[in-house]
Design a protein around this ligand. Structure first.
Ligand code: ADP
Ligand code: MG
Length: 722
């Protein structure tokens, strides 16, 4: 029956309102829980501070003596805030955040409690990594890994109901030095890009070149569902999405949620959440309703890639915890509700440094414009050459539901430049802008483009990879994913393209060409090879899906089973080896981990489909059939013939459901696959389509069974009751 549904609605109606805290002034809370440079300056002597600042800004190794001084200062700061534990925090190959807590406390010979935290404890931790999926690295190395402090990302204090902990951002590696995490490759990809960019900028006559980094600002979409409903849905609990559920009479077609005011209860949640972010020095900047009812978005101001990635992980953790406190379940799944808009994460990405600024910003002088064109060209080449890699780094069982559906960017990687910039590149390709008078720099007027493209009204929202005036926006990233994978792929393709550009540019300049002519010649060659990836039309349209593949030779990789094997492709292996971002063994282990996760998550869903169909849906359907048959028989006894249409339909759907469930049961038992690729394909095609078939029977039953017998909270309840 529907007792749990009714109880849920009752609980929500009678819930105690969360008390609205008066918001704290920003300057009082900003970064109070972060051991940043400002706090270090206060706490350390001059020479120690100078050394640690150098390390923070360049990642250079820290003298162990200085590490002891920093550790002591960090400990005292944390103890003064009531903290008793510390933990290295790291990012294994899955999308999760991992921690291992240790006390500061030790006892001395006299039995007194003293606190201890040495430089070596700060620098190195030894978690037992055997329980993290490490792919083939598990075979080639001892299962244990260790964590090492990343001084470029500041330590902070995490408050939970169970106490407060000093968190030390760390990398995670094997004893033989292989990366077991998502942070090491990110740091490597930044330095690969820096190296290649340096060559290009030096050839462009720049004399002072500060270290290059990439910036990232990620817009995060999510759903909030009242926990009373979520807890009555085994599927939300175990898989983060609804495996069954008929569309409600009213969905998102009115757009009234998108433009509407944020519900009060959600505002209270947001304020609480954002105050916590501010304490952690995370610059939460915008929040608003999203397209679907119950869907929202938050975007922090952009930061350097490594910090942004750590902050993004922290945000996801905090979002879920804070939602719970407010009686919500926060859904980060890419497609929690069928037929309703899914959630993505738009990763805004740019490349720059302190001396040349943002190199994806057209800039004001003709010379700036040339740098911009080269870096922008590098992106175009990168997306064209490594499109399948970009698709592979956003591959997951959950994101597959979104890519290619007509609400999210397609599973074909193309680049949107905007009309004006596209024309500039087209003209370069056609040789319409090809020469310049010697010594006379040509003004391409690109600062005008900048103004124009920044207007959000003009944006093409159907493109997976769009230029938005001074950055690119990778829109196909999934809402639950770490931003590190996409950042690694973008930085590395950039390194590769800039290397290529540097080689070509050198040849042109050595041949005596002036700078403008040389740049245009290189870009002409680049566009001749790669302009096929530039597309300004409707990415959702059927024509594009056909033309992209047939005329332009781009790859359409609708499922993770299609995309992940590209991590094993020779060209990708070479790319990562050449740039030093992944060794072949490290790359192979990523393929294995992601493939395993893909298979596992589909199997978990399939098993739950079977269980829910048999133990929740079938009993309800039979109960209703029993009630109806008693009624119909009694009525017949009285000489009144009842209409049997509903009874027959329910009987037919229930039988069909059970037949499909049996097929699905047989399918999940199959385990003799010749390769992991074959297993993935089986999940993507056979298992998924059987799950869809069961679902369609269940969803039909939902529309026919008496409401008071339906065991699961319905879409209208989950989406509209707050
Ligand atoms: P929109 O919804 O119009 O795309 P938002 O303001 O919601 O814009 O989000 C844009 C994101 O892009 C923010 O996180 C913002 O800080 C980030 N961003 C802005 N400029 C840059 C840049 N140069 N590099 C990287 N990210 C940027
Ligand atoms: Mg955006």
């Amino acid at each position: 029956g529907n007792e749990s549904r009714l109880q849920a609605i009752l609980n929500i109606t009678n819930r105690q309102k969360t008390v609205v805290q008066k918001p704290e002034p920003l300057d009082k809370i900003w970064a109070t829980d972060v051991f940043n440079l400002a706090k270090m300056e206060e706490a350390l002597n001059k020479s120690a501070f100078k050394a640690v600042k150098q390390t923070v800004q360049t990642g250079a190794p820290l003298d162990p003596a200085v590490a002891d001084v920093v550790a002591a200062a960090m400990k005292n700061w944390a103890l003064s805030k009531g903290v008793k534990f510390f933990s290295h925090i790291f990012y294994p190959m899955t999308n999760i955040t991992a921690e291992k807590h240790d006390g500061f406390i030790v006892t001395n010979a006299e039995g007194n409690a003293i606190t201890e935290f040495s430089g070596s404890l700060l620098i190195k931790g030894e978690p037992d990594g055997s329980s993290f999926p490490n792919g083939s690295l598990r075979m080639t190395n001892a299962a244990r890994g260790y964590t090492a402090w990343d001084p470029t990302s500041p330590a902070f204090i995490m408050h939970t109901e169970n106490g407060s902990t000093l968190m030390i951002p760390s990398v995670f590696m094997s004893w033989t030095g292989e990366a077991l995490d998502k942070k090491i490759p990110l740091l490597r990809s930044i330095s690969a890009m820096d190296k290649a960019a340096n060559k290009v900028l030096a050839l462009m006559g720049e004399t002072e070149i500060a270290p290059l980094n990439s910036s990232c600002g990620a817009e995060q979409e999510y759903f909030l569902v009242d926990s009373n409903f979520a807890l009555a849905r085994p599927d939300l609990l175990l898989t983060g999405r609804t495996l069954f559920g008929a569309p409600p009479a009213k969905g998102q077609q009115f757009d009234d949620h998108y433009f509407g005011a944020i519900p009060e209860r959600v505002q209270v949640f947001m304020q609480d959440f954002e105050d916590q972010l501010y304490r952690l020095g995370i610059p939460a900047k915008t929040h608003h309703n999203e397209v679907a009812p119950g869907q929202f978005e938050i975007a922090p101001y952009f930061e350097s890639a490594n910090i942004a990635a750590d902050h993004q992980q922290l945000m996801m953790t905090l979002m879920k915890a804070t939602a719970k406190k407010h009686g919500f379940m926060c859904l980060l799944h890419e497609k929690p509700f069928a037929g309703v808009n899914g959630s993505g994460k738009h990763v805004n990405w740019s490349v720059g440094n302190a001396t040349q600024g943002n190199l994806l910003d057209p800039g004001k002088t003709p010379h700036d414009n040339l740098n911009f064109l080269l870096f922008c060209g590098a992106v175009i080449r990168g997306v064209h050459k490594y499109g399948p890699l970009l698709r592979a780094v956003i591959a997951s069982a959950s994101n597959d539901h979104r890519l290619g559906a007509n609400e999210a960017p397609p599973a074909i990687l193309s680049v949107y430049l905007g009309d004006q910039l596209e024309k500039v590149f087209q003209d370069i390709k056609d040789g319409n802008i090809a020469t310049s008078k010697k010594g006379d720099e040509m003004d391409l007027g690109l600062s005008q483009i900048l103004k124009f493209e920044r207007d959000p009204g003009d944006r093409n929202r159907t493109s997976p990879f769009a230029f938005t005036g001074n950055r690119f926006e990778f829109r196909a990233v999934g809402s639950s994913q770490s931003v590190s994978g996409p950042l690694v792929a973008m930085n590395t393709m950039m390194a590769d393209s800039l290397d290529w550009i540097a080689d070509k540019l050198k040849v042109e300049l050595d041949n005596g060409k002036d700078q403008t002519t040389a740049v245009l010649a290189v870009l002409k060659e680049l566009m001749e090879q790669h302009s096929n990836v530039v597309f300004g039309g409707d990415g959702y349209s059927e024509e594009w899906h056909k033309a992209a593949v047939e005329e332009r030779g781009l790859k359409n990789l609708p499922t993770s089973a299609d995309a992940l094997p590209y991590l094993r492709d020779e060209s990708i292996r070479e790319l990562f080896s050449r740039t030093g971002v992944f060794t072949p063994v490290e790359l192979e282990s990523r393929f294995e981990v992601y493939a395993e996760q893909y298979i596992l998550s589909i199997e978990v869903e399939a098993k739950l489909v079977i269980e829910m169909a048999k133990t929740l849906i079938y009993p309800s359907a039979s109960q209703y059939l029993a009630e109806l048959s008693v009624t119909h028989t009694s009525m017949a006894d009285m000489g009144i013939e009842m209409n049997n249409a509903v009874v027959s339909s329910i009987a037919k759907e229930t039988n069909a459901m059970l037949t499909t469930v049996a097929e699905l049961e047989a399918a999940v038992k199959k385990h003799d696959f010749e390769s992991i690729e074959a297993h993935m394909n089986f999940c993507a095609n056979d298992i998924r389509s059987l799950m869809d078939k069961v679902r369609s029977h269940v969803d039909t039953l939902e529309g026919e069974l008496a409401d008071d017998l339906w065991p699961l909270p319905k879409y209208r309840e989950m989406l509209f009751i707050k």
